[in-house]
Design a protein around this ligand. Structure first.
Ligand code: PEP
Length: 247
């Protein structure tokens, strides 16, 4: 039986400004008070260096990286560049990128592999669409994404998996605890089958309209090792209760 610390990671998406970094002070204080919880914030690329400087020690991450370390890839940022900017982690395969940038499982896997190689804690996102869930295909879809997107474990950097049902992201609708239990159980089984004991140590986050008022019941579900939080991570008032619920 593995004891896994909870991880509460915020994804600011394309939101935030230098002024908004003032929120990090209260978030860092809550993180220090919740000593058994890991907390991280992933702001837009342009804010990473400033967030590292002003974040009170909270690990700061990117929301994506390219799978190559450098080259003619206009507009992209590599894992090694994130690392140099002070990032400690990166999210890859978020459903918004899978949809808007047409990122395939193979691309997500390559990005994750590059991120781990650069020494970044790497959060790989999976999750089904509403159509897939309504059609009874959530397990098939998540299984395929796990098979295609999860990289080999390499080096010391930590792999994390985030289950984010697309229909729950930014909608105010949260998956039921039974549905979360089922998919997180599936993720755990796939990880243990593939990585053995190490698969039992990999943290699995839930994401999709997590708030202060629903976090505690989600965190009580088997194999829920924390949350990936979008909207509610943008300010301390909404994010701190989620950190406290994980403590
Ligand atoms: C996300 O985008 O990863 C997310 C979970 O968003 P929200 O918390 O706003 O649903």
């Amino acid at each position: 039986m593995h004891v896994r610390r909870k991880l509460v990671a915020g994804n600011w998406k394309m939101n935030g400004s230098l002024h908004q970094l003032t929120e990090l002070g209260a978030i860092a204080a809550a993180a220090r008070a919740a000593s058994g919880v890991d907390v991280a914030i992933c702001p837009p690329f342009t804010l990473i260096a400033s967030a590292v400087a002003r974040g009170g020690g909270i690990p700061i991450g990117g929301q994506d990286c390219h799978h190559q370390s450098s080259g003619a890839f206009t507009g992209n940022v590599s894992a090694t560049m994130l690392k140099e900017a002070g990032a400690k982690l990166v999210i890859v395969g978020h459903s918004e990128r899978r949809a808007e940038q047409q990122e395939s499982d193979a691309i997500v896997r390559a990005k994750a592999q590059a991120a781990l190689a650069a020494g970044l804690q790497t959060i790989v996102c999976i999750g089904e669409s509403e159509e897939e869930r309504m059609g009874g295909h959530a397990i098939t879809r998540c299984s395929a994404q796990l098979a295609g997107s999860i990289p080999e474990l390499s080096g010391d950097a930590e792999l994390v998996v985030a289950y984010e049902p697309i229909w729950a992201i930014g909608t105010g609708r949260t998956a039921t605890c039974d549905d979360v239990r089922e998919i997180h159980g599936l993720v755990r089984k796939v990880l243990v089958d593939r990585f053995g004991d190490a698969g039992g140590r990999i943290r699995i986050l839930y994401g999709g309209s997590v708030r202060g008022d629903n976090a505690a019941e989600l965190f009580a579900v088997d194999n829920v090792d924390g949350a990936l939080v979008g909207g509610a991570s943008l300010n301390a008032e909404q994010f701190v209760p989620i950190i406290e619920a994980a403590a």
